[in-house]
Design a protein around this ligand. Sequence first.
Ligand code: MN3
Length: 235
Amino acid sequence: MNNHPENTGHFGRREFLAASAGIAATLALGGLSRGARAAPHALPALPYADSALAPVISAHTLGFHYGKHHKAYVDNLNKLAAGTEYADLPLEKVIAATAGRADKAGLFNNAAQTWNHTFYWNSLRPNGGGEPPAALKQRLEAAFGSVEACKKELAAAAMGQFGSGWAWLVLDGDKLRVVKTGNADLPLTSGMKPLLTLDVWEHAYYLDYQNRRGDYVNAVLDKLINWEFALQNLG
Ligand code: MN3
């Protein structure tokens, strides 16, 4: 963990809380947050039917990814937190308190993957892709030159992530950027505010695309990416 250049593991707690407060507010707006309730953490409902993203992501993939992988992260998080000082903390605080701690890697990984997957489901939508809302489009053009250039950068980050991980559009200070993280790592722990993410673990695409990660990434960016969610997160 913490093996990518964006994440030093020495993030400021204040920055983390500032970044995560915005996300908590966003998820709450979408009716997805558990709010400040502590463990046991719940597996949030998918925001669409498990066949709704087909044919880009099949019901078969989504069924396993959500029903097995995401559920396992939530179950393991609850098991590892039970009876510890983390048992009464909301998810974002568990992540903040365990990030960068080798002795808490299991708890961090499961807490972060619980958060990452909820954020990923909301980064996608049926009939997504296309033209971003005007307010976001302006920001993307200012930061990357064009929406297409932003998508290219996201695809390059997704393809360039060696092994498992995530590609992200983030707000870093007042700048929009694309970053990638390995395994369970997430931009929150570097004080950046996530706007969108792409899961590039093999379990996200292997049943549908086998080793063709690029085909999965480009299809998601063209047909499923939820620009409206990014704009909500931008605030
Ligand atoms: Mn996954």
